[in-house]
Design a protein around this ligand. Structure first.
Ligand code: NAD
Length: 294
């Protein structure tokens, strides 16, 4: 194994720079009486969403975005859940909506996405927005996948022609990341729980995006020297003070060319992307209501 210290991709600094830009765009919208207004809808409680909600609230306050957290009881019926999604979506004061994951498994979140106004869907999960992603168009695209691409760009790596390996094929991260990197003309391989020889794939990667929710899944002998590693994993392990990633950071950072830490990597950039999507959504609604160009 060749030993070198990887460039640490500082998600906090990148997130701050994006949020500064967002704040200026919010000021411009507010000057035209269009203040972005984000509602975060949660069902029940979970450790990861607690941390994500706290950063959303703080980041929105700093950027001048109105923010409301709506919390539903974990035993809410599907009918009531969907009624809330409908009500929030139809409220003209609200310009953006995020459904906080996870929701209890008995609720079908894909039905809820279809109930959302696609213009307010700042997670890019409505079928219309997924279609835009598939077609390689802009608009409201999934925040974590956008964050992964932004961090690769920050590493100075051009994606065209590169071998990109994504570990994880969830609806919210792995699949949209696959399409987003494909849209950059990278050669993309998507691995998942049924992949037979994970290391054979990860070792080929120029860019490795890991979103499996398995602490320390990727070890040093599974990557090639110089690889750019984006660790999406955010695992709450009993006894650990802080969340841990899906990549064994201490050893992989000795081999990789660039790597994101956990915490302080993908998380803060995901929040920044959520804010940027909120501004994009608000600007589009302002333009449609005759308030000028989006
Ligand atoms: P998920 O459970 O919905 O999906 C996990 C994926 O990983 C699945 O496709 C599964 O097939 C695959 N997988 C699981 N074990 C595997 C293994 N041993 N080998 C190969 N593939 C395997 O999870 P998710 O919602 O996509 O989240 C993944 C991780 O990313 C979690 O730790 C989550 O907390 C984190 N996350 C972080 C952010 C952020 O902003 N930092 C955002 C979303 C999710």
């Amino acid at each position: 194994m060749r030993c070198m210290a990887a460039m640490i991709l500082d998600g906090r600094a990148l997130g701050r720079a994006i949020r500064d830009q967002v704040r200026r765009e919010v000021e411009a919208l507010a000057a035209r009486d269009f203040v972005p207004n984000l509602v975060s809808l949660q069902v029940g409680e979970s450790e990861p969403s607690r941390a994500y909600l706290a950063s959303q609230k703080k980041a929105c306050a700093e950027a001048g975005i109105l923010y409301t957290h709506v919390s539903l009881d974990r035993n809410v019926t599907e009918r009531h859940f969907l009624a809330h999604v409908d009500g929030i979506s139809k409220n003209p004061e609200v310009t953006a909506l995020i459904i906080q994951l996870p929701v209890p498994p008995r609720l079908d979140v894909s039905t809820a996405y279809r109930h959302m106004d696609p213009e307010k869907d700042v997670e890019g999960m409505h079928p219309a927005n997924q279609g835009s992603l598939f077609a390689g168009k802009g608009g409201l695209l999934p925040c974590t996948a956008l964050a992964a691409r932004e961090l690769v760009r920050a590493s100075g790596t051009a994606l065209r022609g590169k071998e990109v390996v994504i570990v994880g094929h969830s609806q919210i991260v792995g699949k949209p990341a696959t399409i987003l990197f494909l849209n950059e003309d990278a050669t993309v391989t998507t691995c998942h729980i049924a992949t037979r020889d994970l290391a054979a794939h990860t070792r080929r990667a120029d860019v490795l995006v890991v979103a499996a929710g398995r602490p320390g899944l990727v070890r040093a002998d599974m990557v090639k020297p110089g690889v750019v590693v984006i660790d999406v994993g955010m695992n709450y392990v009993e006894g650990a003070e802080r969340p841990v990633g899906d990549v064994a950071f201490d050893e992989v950072s000795q081999v990789a060319g660039a790597i994101t830490p956990v915490p302080g990597g993908v998380g803060p950039v995901t929040v920044a992307m959520l804010l940027r999507n909120t501004v994009i959504a608000t600007a589009a609604q302002a333009a449609r209501r005759g308030g000028g160009e989006a």
